[in-house]
Design a binder for this molecule. Structure first.
Ligand code: ATP
Ligand code: MG
Length: 689
């Protein structure tokens, strides 16, 4: 078939797209791996492959497409539709609408689990805990077991959750996880085992799943041959983007879905693996070909279509210094005279000023805000920039920051919906009941105990007499739950919850009016989903990008700047990219220098950041930056040096600039100032001891 869309691809890309074309009607062929560097068209190739399968006769309802974020999934669906339209014309829309199984691993897991709930002993109404809820539940259990009291150096709820999650996702026994990653917690192995056992029991009693459960239960479900066959049999093709960031559990799920790899396509870049802290392992992608007999077909791509030669040379220089890597260097035909810039600035305020100036200059030359992005290692690094953008009225959207959903009032509303769906969800129930006057933690706990034991918890709740001093607020609460639960159609249910919540909001918060606006925004977001259940699941798994509250929510068609953590910038590209705090302590992060493997992952992070840029790249190096206090140290300023990933030998790839011109400090000077600063803070704290 001579089709226009194939002609735009290079030979290697086309080979990947056409792999298995000899199978009639777009049926499944043997396993395929596309492994290649950044910007080489992996995602684009995957979209073409899906389109090609559909055009060749594959049933889109039987295609499972897994991406790293929901945003990536919907972008992919749009691309597939555009490509299909070249052949199918107006029918393309109908075909690609049927591409209903496109999403993240966790999102797809949640859908399958609900679908098979009855067969695997799950209650269909299960709710999903985000990390914070999970930590809260872990804490509750920790208290109940008395570990937090007797052992006052017992790991924090966050650490407990990390250990648990690591063990689950890497399928590694607890003692090994402790030895490898949390040696300082090894002494508590026995208690941790007990804690985790109770945690699992608590989740089951409350009918909640956490993030890890979505994969774990899915994997468990796949270990039952009859169900595995049924689930795997739903799909002719399973395609996965960003495969380098999957963990062992995810790969075992895939292998169980498609034993022998028939119909399986995975795509990724080992040099961009940045999620090992969630137990992702590049072994998945490296071992993929030989997992199968006969082995998988491998396609490598070496031409980069995204960046200029100067940007690519610098990025290649950085990743060349990595200890280990497998994909080769890329080349590009996009020639440019402009080298990436390394800009020294005095501090984070100057950094923000510089970037805002450049962004506005760029806009003068016709580059929209949307074509520009500011990236950073940690979400809080963008604080000073957000202030400056707000002051100058420049709209922005922040990716990977959860500000909006993290705010108390939004969490309250979500808890109301969750509790109505699943009255056994203790974390949600706890949160809600304590909003009612007269109800404290003890009363809430007792009520929850009573209703959890009942097969009809919501009915049981209605029977409970109003707690003293709760007055009319109690029946209002119970009625709201029943009404939401009854379901008068989505999204009107969220309106019911809001009407119930607003008086409480007014009582608790002084700035109730601004918060009310957020709740309306939440309703707006909710209207984009088909049901309560879908809304709660998707929102918990992959929250929509937080918009800047201060400068108002930009409308969809409005121009706005993107702020993003490097982790959330995966797979994306912009004409101009600024990277904040390109200094030791930020990248590599102070927290990421424990082991060689961690340092290497930080290097790959820098590579990911640099390879997002198409035309212009600015790496910022403030000489001083602000460190949010670790408990022991307090907030402080730190005098910083250029990141170790750009040693003097790589400077040839950059144009160095200082703004405004600042005197370079020697190491000795830096050290001296650093020292003085820390001494002072220590002294200050000493005053209170
Ligand atoms: P990453 O590793 O960052 O995820 P990627 O390998 O997935 O990158 P894509 O995002 O698919 O790369 O493609 C990068 C850019 O190159 C996109 O703008 C895409 O449209 C363009 N591109 C890819 N293949 C071609 C091609 N054959 N001809 C022209 N442009 C292409
Ligand atoms: Mg990609």
């Amino acid at each position: 078939m001579a089709v226009a869309y194939l002609e735009k691809l290079n030979d290697a890309q086309r080979r990947a797209v056409e792999h298995g074309s000899d199978v009639p009607k777009g049926g499944p062929a043997g396993p395929l791996l596309v492994i290649a560097g950044a910007g080489s068209g992996k995602t684009n190739t995957l979209a073409h492959r899906v389109a090609h399968l559909i055009v060749s006769g594959a049933d889109p309802r039987r295609i499972l497409l897994m991406t790293f974020s929901r945003r990536a999934a919907s972008e992919m669906s749009r691309r597939v539709e555009r490509i299909c339209a070249q052949v199918l014309g107006a029918n393309a829309g109908i075909m690609t609408d049927a591409l209903a199984w496109a999403g993240t691993f966790h999102g797809i897991g949640a859908r399958l689990l609900r679908l098979y709930a009855e067969q695997i002993g799950l209650d269909h109404d299960f709710t999903i805990h985000d990390r914070e809820d999970s930590a809260d539940l872990m804490n509750l259990v920790r208290h109940e077991l008395g570990f937090s009291k007797t052992e006052n150096r017992f790991p924090t709820k966050g650490t407990c959750l990390q250990i648990y999650s690591r063990a689950v996702n890497s399928e590694t026994p607890l003692d090994e996880v402790l030895k490898l990653y949390f040696p300082w917690c090894s002494a508590w192995e026995k208690q941790l085992r007990e804690l985790f056992a109770s945690y699992v029991e608590a989740k089951q009693a409350q009918n909640v799943l956490d993030y890890d459960d979505l994969l774990l239960y899915w994997a468990q479900m796949m270990s039952e041959p009859a169900i595995a066959q049924d689930v795997g049999g739903r799909f002719d093709h399973v395609l996965v983007d960003e495969y380098q960031d999957t963990n062992r559990l995810q790969s075992s799920i895939l292998m169980a879905m498609k034993p022998g790899g028939i119909g399986l396509t995975v795509v990724g870049d080992d040099a961009q693996s940045i999620y090992s802290f969630r137990a992702a392992t590049i072994r998945n992608i490296l071992d993929f070909p030989n997992t199968f007999d006969p082995p998988a077909n491998i396609v490598t791509l070496d031409r980069n279509y995204r960046s200029t030669n100067t940007i690519l040379a610098a990025a290649n220089g950085v990743i060349d210094l990595a200890r280990e890597r497998f994909t080769k260097n890329l080349w590009t035909e996009r020639q440019s005279e402009e080298r990436p810039r390394l800009v020294a600035v005095k501090d984070e305020t100057e950094q923000a000023n510089y970037i805002v100036e450049k962004i506005l200059e760029n806009r003068e030359t016709g580059m929209t805000l949307k074509q520009q992005a500011v990236l950073f290692r940690s979400s809080h690094h963008s604080g000073p920039l957000e202030v400056e953008l707000t002051r100058r009225n420049i709209p922005f959207v922040k990716f990977g920051g959860l500000k909006f959903l993290d705010s108390a009032h939004v969490k309250d509303m979500l808890a109301a919906l969750r509790f109505a769906q699943n009255p056994r969800d203790r974390v949600a129930g706890f949160r809600l009941m304590q909003l009612i006057p007269g109800i404290g933690p003890q009363t809430a706990g007792k009520i929850l105990d009573a209703i959890t034991a009942d097969p009809e918890p919501l009915a049981a709740l209605q029977e409970i007499p109003a707690p003293p001093r709760s007055g009319a607020d109690w029946p209002a609460f119970v009625d709201m739950l029943a009404a939401v639960r009854k379901g008068q159609g989505w999204p009107s249910e969220i309106g019911l919850a809001r009407l119930w919540y607003e008086p409480h909001l007014a009582r608790i918060h002084e700035d109730a009016e601004t918060r009310k606006a957020d709740l309306l925004q939440l309703e707006q977001i909710a209207s984009g989903y088909t049901s309560r259940e879908r809304f709660l699941t998707e929102l918990t798994l992959d929250p929509p990008d937080a918009t800047s509250a201060e400068s108002g929510t930009p409308l969809l068609d409005e121009d706005y700047l993107i702020l993003s953590t490097i982790h959330s910038s995966k797979g994306q590209e912009w004409r101009s990219v600024f990277l904040l705090n390109c200094v030791d302590g930020c990248i590599p992060s102070d927290l990421g220098v424990g082991s060689t493997a961690e340092v290497e992952e930080e290097r790959r992070l820098l590579y990911v950041a640099m390879t997002r840029a198409k035309d212009h790249l600015h790496l910022m190096t403030p000489q001083r930056f602000f460190v949010h206090g670790q408990a022991s140290q307090g907030d402080r300023h730190v005098y910083a040096a250029r990141t170790r990933f750009i040693p003097a030998t790589l400077l040839q790839f950059f144009e160095t600039a200082a703004w405004p011109v600042v005197a370079q400090m020697t190491d000795a000077e830096r050290q001296a100032r650093h020292q003085v600063r820390i001494d002072v803070t220590v002294r200050m704290r000493g005053m209170w001891r």
